[in-house]
Design a protein around this ligand. Structure first.
Ligand SMILES: Nc1ncnc2c1ncn2[C@@H]1O[C@H](COP(=O)(O)OP(=O)(O)OP(=O)(O)O)[C@@H](O)[C@H]1O
Length: 241
């Protein structure tokens, strides 16, 4: 198993006329849930798009599963869920999965497994357009799980979900990581930080901290009982001082 699913050096991204990521160096290990946390607009989606290979204006070295980001061989090895649902409203959950399984060349039997994994068995025959927002985003997640990707890139997957479902999804992320998958999850709410094995804290296109939740709190001079939001603010204020 590859130790690092992602290796990035000197990553800069220009969108429009603005540089939105400013020379990032980092790795994302296999077998862990890495959280990408930071305020709205700091560049999380841009970073994820870069790893998936769909972002323009990229300079630097971005290696994903041993290949340059965007390489066609990676297509089946990365699962990506954006903030907008990527399933068809007029098809049922099962029909959507059957369609994407065919596009990806994945065994149709896998569709059942991924529907179970996201807990949509009871809604499998329901048209996606009539699902709740949370159910719809889980349908997108099921699509991303097809083909057992080695890297899962999830842009704010738990937004709008109730606490029980959030709990279930985080348990699933950790099960996948235990199986060797590199799971990258973004969030702009810091209260999910503690659920991650490791955190990348981002602000204005740079990382202000990289480590386990405990390491980051220590770096900020706080004890374990503190929350990551406090650590984030402490680090930001320290930099400004
Ligand atoms: N097409 C674009 N052209 C120019 N600038 C853009 C474009 N898309 C996004 N940006 C800018 O790039 C920056 C980073 O955006 P990005 O979507 O990566 O942030 P984010 O951290 O994912 O935010 P959110 O949590 O709100 O999704 C923002 O300041 C945004 O205004």
């Amino acid at each position: 198993m590859m130790k690092n699913a992602v290796e990035v050096a000197g990553l800069t991204v220009v969108r429009g006329r603005r540089e939105v990521l400013h020379g990032l160096d980092f790795t994302i290990p296999a077998g862990q849930v890495t959280g990408l946390l930071g305020p709205s607009g700091c560049g999380k989606s841009t970073l994820m798009r870069t790893l998936v290979g769909v972002q323009a204006g990229v300079t630097g070295t971005v290696t994903v599963l041993g290949e340059p980001a965007g390489s066609p061989v990676l297509r089946h090895r990365i699962g990506y869920v954006t903030q907008a649902p990527s399933v068809y409203d007029d098809l049922s959950v099962a029909e959507n999965l059957a369609f994407f399984a065919r596009v990806l060349g994945v065994d149709r039997r896998e569709t059942r497994q991924v529907i179970e994994a996201v807990d949509l068995v009871d809604h499998a025959d329901q048209v996606v357009g009539r699902l709740s927002g949370g159910q719809r985003s889980r349908a997108s997640l099921a699509v991303a799980l097809l083909g057992s990707p080695s890297l899962l890139v999830l842009d704010e997957p738990t937004v709008g979900l109730d606490p029980v479902l959030r709990e279930d999804l985080w348990a699933m992320f950790h099960r996948l990581a235990d199986g060797g998958v590199a799971v990258l999850v973004s969030s702009h709410v810091m209260d999910e930080a503690e659920r991650c094995d490791r955190l990348l804290l981002m602000r204005d296109g740079v990382f202000i901290a990289d480590g386990t939740p405990t390491e980051i709190k220590e770096k900020a001079g706080l004890d374990r009982a503190a929350d990551i939001e406090q650590a984030f603010l402490t680090i930001v204020r320290g930099e400004a001082a």
